[in-house]
Write a protein of this length. Structure first.
Length: 80
């Protein structure tokens, strides 16, 4: 997971474009938008993170707080 890529996606694309990219990556298609990552799994992670953060920002949360919230959820998931 690369935070600069997540930040770029949040700042560059609409939620609809990100959702479309998520579907395309999940269907093993090339996304219509440029998403960087070492493999499809990382690209999908970046898109899902961007969607999550964008949703939190639409609820009034600042980017840094939304990112912190997302990374906290990832840590919880890893630590079980």
């Amino acid at each position: 997971m690369k935070i600069p890529e997540i930040k770029r996606l949040v700042g560059s694309f609409s939620r609809e474009e990100l959702v479309q990219a998520e579907e395309q990556i999940a269907n093993e298609e090339e996304p219509a938008i440029n998403v960087t990552g070492d493999d499809e799994g990382e690209k999908l992670t970046h898109v899902l993170a961007a969607i999550y953060i964008m949703d939190k920002m639409n609820e009034g949360m600042e980017f840094k707080s939304a990112l912190r919230d997302y990374t906290g959820k990832v840590r919880e998931s890893i630590n079980g």
